[in-house]
Design a protein around this ligand. Structure first.
Ligand code: MN
Length: 235
């Protein structure tokens, strides 16, 4: 049990610090006690994903929404440090939940930006190589994978995500929904690819037509990044 836990934490730590596939940005504060999370730079310009995702949506989404999750996570972790130093655990449920919500938001958005690329930079099309074979093995065909992923994304209740994960226990690819940023996870998984279906991700261009946004999004999936992630974590 102890070694499983260590493996899980080890995998998550390396997930966050991959050369070339670095997901999270952070730095230690001057006391060296707390890691301060930072908003990662987008790997492309705000208008790079047009016409599929408009520049204004990208700018608000990255500089305001994602930033708010980074700030919320730093705040929650600072409050948890205070809780420990004061030994007053009265509000532990609130700050635990805040860490999960904002931490989930930071992690999922960091992956989401990497999951996309403009068609001129290789976005869209279909996966190749090992990932392509694995998708066929686990979902029957690319087409049925795409249908399941799109349906999962379209049917998230309220705000949330559809996420392709690699499940570590049996090395299978699975698709899960997440409500908000942190509910419905299976835990023993590495997220490889995700789509944000909160309204802030598409409302300016697509209004209430979430399905149209999902259909357009397939044109900007960064399959080389997803392949890199899969190759790194597969058994
Ligand atoms: Mn979002």
């Amino acid at each position: 049990m102890k070694s499983n836990r260590r493996n899980f934490i080890g995998a998550f730590a390396s997930f966050s610090a991959l050369a070339g596939t670095k997901i999270f940005a952070s730095s230690e504060d001057s006391s060296g006690m707390l890691t301060k999370h930072e908003l990662p730079a987008l790997p492309y310009a705000y208008n790079a994903l047009e016409p599929y995702i408009d520049a204004k949506t990208m700018e608000l989404h990255h500089s305001k929404h994602h930033k708010a999750y980074v700030d919320g996570l730093n705040k929650a972790e600072a409050e948890l440090a205070k809780v420990r130093s004061l030994q007053d655990f009265s509000f532990i449920q609130y700050w635990s939940k805040q860490s999960a919500f904002h931490g989930g938001g930071h992690a999922l958005h960091s992956l989401f930006w990497k999951s996309m690329a403009s068609p001129s930079q290789g976005g869209g099309g279909e996966p190749k190589g090992l990932l392509s074979e694995k998708i066929k093995e686990d979902f029957g065909s690319f087409d049925s994978f795409k249908k399941q992923f799109s349906s999962a994304a379209a049917s998230v209740e309220g705000s949330g995500w559809a996420i392709l994960h690699l499940r570590k226990s049996d090395n299978r690819l699975i698709i899960l929904q997440a409500e908000n940023q942190h509910k419905l996870s299976a835990w023993d998984t590495i997220p490889l690819l995700n789509i944000d279906v909160w309204e802030h991700a598409y409302y300016l261009t697509y209004q209430n037509k979430r399905a149209d946004y999902i259909q357009a999004w397939w044109n900007i999936v960064n399959w080389s990044f997803v392949e890199e992630m899969y190759t790194l974590y597969r058994k």
